[in-house]
Design a protein around this ligand. Structure first.
Ligand code: SF4
Ligand code: SF4
Length: 312
């Protein structure tokens, strides 16, 4: 059995490597460690209540091993991902807007199918798990945290998307690391200086997530008054701290040119048209950008960016 597990583990890692992915396998028992750590942050008053509810409780419920009693390990995977550059025609002008790495869902299925094919051929099973991916990646040794609480992987910087899976394949080598900070962070404050909102605090491991632009522009509702219009820099999310990080030095200019929205499409999105009101061609563009789930926040985010560009 041990040899078999070791051989299948090797097959999983080589399959990932051949496809450009990175991954780690750890024991399922660490779900409890992740939950305990998040609760400790929340009880210690350094984790916002909304984030605690959103990222921890719901996630842990969906990954409860009772749903998959034979599950023995967690696989955390990083799929490399560029920034997307998207064009919006509006008011006779062309605007180039950025979607940061991590937002495209399209590698999720590919990664899942790859792992499933390898494991199924050996009689094992796989199921997606919605866990705090960055925390899991760092504890598994796959990634390290930056001061901006973005996770980084050697050679990939922060340009990747994380996904996790439960499997009944036992963890052959279960290593679980303490939280590790990037070595570059020891001599660097670039993200602290660049963050427009002051969310990154010196001498505190967790950023003030409730001050982060990403926290606000991924959620519905009006932006708080304290957010200055000129701080917005991405269609969703924020690239300010990642774009100055030396760990991303070789990746700064990794862009993929993506969809182009016509004047009419831009107008419809700004008006908050629902997927039923948008032309099929527009739906196709939003699907390819993995933005259909975020359609409710797009009018507000797009309006903030176009308004800011127009006023220049
Ligand atoms: S910008 Fe500097 S301090 Fe911030 S995460 Fe990157 S290396 Fe660390
Ligand atoms: S994502 Fe933007 S707002 Fe959030 S910590 Fe980084 S620079 Fe600051």
């Amino acid at each position: 059995m041990t040899t078999n597990v070791s051989e299948i583990t090797r097959l999983v890692y080589s399959g990932l490597e051949q496809n450009g992915y990175r991954g780690r396998i750890v024991s399922i028992k660490h779900i409890a460690d992740l939950k305990e750590e998040i609760e400790a942050h929340y009880n210690g008053g350094v984790l916002d209540k909304a984030l605690y509810r959103e990222y921890s409780l719901a996630s842990f419920e969906s990954a409860a091993p009772e749903d998959f009693p034979a599950a023995k390990s967690l696989i955390i995977i990083a799929a490399p991902q560029p920034q997307y550059r998207v064009k919006f025609n509006y008011g006779g002008r062309l605007f180039h807007l950025i979607i940061p790495p991590t937002y495209s869902h399209h590698t999720d299925e590919t990664v899942g199918n790859l792992l499933s094919d390898i494991l199924k051929a050996k009689g094992f099973h796989l199921r997606p798990a919605f866990l705090p991916f960055k925390l899991l990646a760092v504890h598994s040794g796959l990634a390290k945290y930056g001061k901006n609480n973005i996770s980084y992987i050697g050679g990939l910087g922060s340009f990747y998307r994380l996904r996790a899976f439960l499997t009944d394949l036992p963890a052959f080598e279960d290593s679980w690391h303490g939280l590790q900070l990037l070595e570059q962070c020891n001599q660097c404050k670039a993200c602290i200086n660049k963050c427009p909102t002051g969310a990154i605090v010196e001498h505190r491991f967790l950023i003030q997530a409730e001050k982060c632009l990403t926290f606000h522009n991924e959620r519905k509702g009006e932006f708080p008054d304290w957010i200055e219009p000129f701080w917005h820099n991405c269609l969703i999310g924020c690239m300010r701290c990642q774009s100055v990080c030396p760990a991303n030095k070789r990746l700064f200019s990794w862009f993929e040119e993506k969809e182009s929205f016509t004047e009419e499409e831009t107008g419809l999105i700004l008006k908050g048209a629902s997927p039923y009101q948008l032309p099929r061609v527009t739906i196709g563009k939003l699907y390819r950008l993995s933005l259909l789930d975020d359609i409710n926040v797009l009018p507000r985010n797009l309006n903030a960016l176009l308004g800011q560009c127009e006023s220049r």
